[in-house]
Design a protein around this ligand. Structure first.
Ligand SMILES: [Zn+2]
Length: 124
């Protein structure tokens, strides 16, 4: 039961901050193009390759890999995907809570303090 917020709430039980609600740009069987939209890029993922002795790079099907970037240390990588974020939306995975155990502990604490909240005691 994911819940979205336009601010960064904390879990009411443990205080853990909500995470950014991001989208990943990965698409199957396609070259990933760098994201150029209005959202923020919060993380970039790369796929790293090991070159053959001749310096050629192949994928698992022995196709030449395109758009390879060579780093100063000689490692080769290619853009895999990017996590993009609208700059304001956060989420908690369990309603207001980060974990179901936090929700249960919080519910039990409320039940202890406010027994009149229970359906049984409201006369329903
Ligand atoms: Zn929590």
């Amino acid at each position: 039961m994911i819940k979205l917020f336009k601010y960064q709430p904390k879990c009411p039980w443990c205080g853990k901050k909500a995470k950014k609600h991001t989208f990943n740009t990965w698409k199957p069987n396609q070259d990933t193009e760098p994201y150029k939209g209005n959202m923020m890029i919060v993380r970039t993922h790369y796929h790293y390759f090991i070159a053959s002795d001749e310096g050629d790079i192949f994928d698992i099907d022995f196709n030449h890999i395109k758009n390879v970037e060579v780093l100063k240390d000689g490692r080769k990588r290619k853009l895999s995907s990017q996590d993009i974020w609208d700059g304001e939306t956060y989420y908690q995975p369990h309603g207001h809570f980060c974990r179901t155990s936090c929700a249960i502990k919080y519910a039990n604490a409320v039940a202890e303090k406010h027994p009149t909240l229970s359906k049984h005691n409201r006369g329903e």
